[in-house]
Design a binder for this molecule. Structure first.
Ligand code: DX5
Ligand code: ZN
Length: 216
């Protein structure tokens, strides 16, 4: 079982983007998490390709892009050209999820399925074989700094069971409301990667916060 952490740039100071990426480069983070929002799938707009490419130029960590957008297929190729390593798309935004996951993998990226809090773990039964990772939303997508939804622990355990039975190599990423207090419980429940925005960038000492969440 892994204990990876992916700081989410959504909560960083975009006026000091270069310095923020440098901090993550120097940290024990395993990935950089990029939240892409279109104002349609979620009630917020974040950032697009110019910002992704600025981060990609400076990042020494693999990039993990989380697409909270409708019609994600239209942009898969662009994200691969930006140097994204892991690309997740939402179950709720995909009409032909099997095909979309194949497409992501055909560009050499890891393919992830993101699930909104209301989408049951059992939705994965006939598609888990195609996924490299599952992104479990533990808040409603759209904003950083929200409170963790407690039901997520149960959901993570159920997903872990499905993974153990059908695709043992598949990882679980948990996104939203992660803190250094709930991090050990989430890793215990079966999470491999924790996304953390506010608890890293809102902290006085982000390098220390990353270490604490990872538990090292
Ligand atoms: C929310 C995003 C998250 C967000 C997490 O829609 O997917 O990645 O940045 O932020 P925190 O850790 O502050 O909840
Ligand atoms: Zn995210």
């Amino acid at each position: 079982m892994s204990r990876f952490i992916a700081p989410s740039m959504l909560s960083c100071d975009f006026g000091k983007l270069s310095r923020e990426v440098d901090m993550v480069n120097r940290s024990q983070a395993d990935y950089i998490h990029l939240d892409i929002m279109d104002g349609v799938f979620v009630p917020n707009i974040s950032f697009g390709f110019p910002v992704v490419s600025a981060i990609a130029r400076e990042s020494k960590k693999p990039l993990d892009a989380h697409l909270m957008i409708i019609e994600p297929d239209r942009y898969i190729e662009n994200f691969s050209r930006m140097g994204i390593s892991c690309l997740s798309i939402h179950y709720e935004a995909s009409l032909h999820l099997h095909r979309s996951l194949q497409k992501i993998k055909s560009y050499g990226m890891k393919a992830g399925i993101a699930l909104n809090p209301h989408t049951p773990a059992s939705s994965l039964n006939d598609i888990i074989q195609e996924a490299d990772f599952i992104l479990v939303m533990s808040v409603n997508p759209g904003f950083g700094g929200q409170n963790f939804i407690e039901n997520s622990y149960r959901k993570i355990s159920r997903i872990k069971e499905i993974i153990n039975n059908q695709n043992p190599g598949c990882m679980i990423e948990v996104d939203g409301g992660v803190t250094r207090e709930n991090a050990p419980l989430l890793y215990d429940a079966g999470a491999d990667i924790l996304v953390a925005g506010n608890s890293v960038f809102g902290s006085e000492d982000p390098l220390k916060a990353i270490k604490q969440i990872k538990g090292v």
